[in-house]
Design a protein around this ligand. Structure first.
Ligand code: GLA
Length: 385
């Protein structure tokens, strides 16, 4: 793929790139919509990457060509603006703006974006584009930032420039991925840990439902607002220490459950119980108890479906089929309202499982799902030509 990026770059700009930023997509294993609530997440970087090849330019404008879309965006560094017709380029531009704010003297550049992270499948192609852009431009300008700083910078790009109030899960996972390990993160304290999966015996399969039901960013922002309202409701009753839903314990939730109005009750129940599921999942992995991790994944999906209402009929069909066909665990992954499910499956059953679930899904819905075998891979890196 690097070779492809290299020749694509040469074809467009008649020279070779100086640097490549390579950043993986991710799967969210547990911890759905917990990150912007200061909670816990479990995730993994996967072996599908976005590559941003860059080189300095003699022109005053920056040019970025996206191979998957077949379009080029161009902009001047002193007037970087959003473009509703080129939303993909906002992720690149947002990172450029944040790098400038961080004091990196970004010079005009040319870039080519390529890769194999499926778009719209809930594996965060957007964060992988942000992170690949950031690590490439840092290397190109000989600037250094810690991995945490890069993660935060990319999140700010998405919050402030793109306008999506996401948490840090996606950017963190793309940067901190470790081969064959599931990542645990406490988004409040930034404590994190790589938990090795028992070797060889389990694998991850992603089913892309190919059915997007609503304007995801609108629903996402609504849930974000509801969580902040639920937080304020608890703050009034429990005290100023409640800054995010992370600060409400399950026991406290149960004590107040009858009083809190809907839909805040269900939104809070999802986030607070999901935090506990991530902690239980971490414990399960510490003990090598994969069956327990699987149960928690199914329970997480149920909580998303009923309480957070970010599932879709298609995602529910996929999770039910996964259960029937012997998955250890399955759930929607990422924002929801379409996108994909992640399935934890015994290595020996993977092929048969994927085939059966995909066939049955098509029979029931008339839709052919995207099927991806995900290997857990290392995080982002920059490479020099
Ligand atoms: C999207 C966001 C993440 C996280 C997940 C849901 O992927 O970008 O920050 O909130 O949804 O857990």
């Amino acid at each position: 793929m690097l070779e492809q990026a290299r020749s694509l770059f040469h074809g467009r700009y008649t020279k070779y790139p100086a640097v490549y930023g390579v950043a993986p997509g991710r799967v969210e294993v547990l911890g759905n919509h917990t990150d912007y609530n200061g909670g816990y997440v479990m995730s993994a970087a996967i072996d599908r990457v976005t590559i941003v090849a860059v080189g300095k330019s003699d022109s005053v404008r920056c040019r970025v060509f996206a191979q998957q879309k077949g379009v080029e965006a161009s902009f001047a560094l002193d007037a970087v603006q959003r473009d509703p017709h080129d939303r993909w380029a906002d992720y690149v531009k947002g990172v450029v703006v944040e790098l400038q704010k961080a004091g990196v003297p970004v010079e005009p550049f040319e870039a080519v974006v390529t890769g194999n992270v499926p778009i719209g499948a809930g594996v965060s192609s957007s964060a992988s584009l942000e992170v690949a852009t950031a690590v490439a431009l840092l290397e190109l300008h000989g600037a250094e930032l810690s991995r945490w700083d890069v993660a935060r910078l990319c999140r700010r790009a998405e919050n402030e420039f793109v306008g999506m109030p996401c948490g840090i899960l996606d950017q963190f996972s793309s940067l901190f991925g470790e081969e064959d390990s599931i990542l645990f993160l406490d988004t409040r304290t930034e404590e994190h840990e790589a938990l090795p999966l028992p070797a060889g015996s389990f694998g991850l399969i992603l089913f892309h439902s190919m059915a997007q039901h609503a304007l995801v960013s609108g629903d996402y922002a609504t849930r974000y607002r509801e969580c902040m309202e639920a937080t304020a409701w608890f703050r009034e009753r429990l005290g100023e220490h409640v800054q995010l839903l992370r600060d409400v314990s399950w026991e406290e939730f149960l004590r107040w459950e009858a009083q809190i109005p809907e839909p805040l009750r269900r939104r809070a129940r999802h986030v607070i119980s999901e935090n506990q599921r991530v902690l239980d999942g971490r414990e399960a992995l510490h003990c090598g108890d994969i069956a327990r991790l699987g149960e928690l994944m199914f329970a997480s999906h149920e909580s998303s479906r009923v309480d957070y209402e970010n599932s879709t009929p298609e995602l529910d069909v996929l999770v039910n089929l996964a259960k029937q066909h012997g998955a250890i665990g399955a759930r929607l992954t990422g924002a929801g309202w379409g996108g994909a499910t992640i399935n934890l499956v015994q290595e020996a059953q993977m092929e048969e499982f994927a085939l059966q679930v995909a066939e049955e899904y098509t029979r029931r819905t008339g839709i052919e799902p995207g099927v991806y075998r995900c290997h857990i891979a290392q995080g982002a890196r920059a490479l020099r030509e």
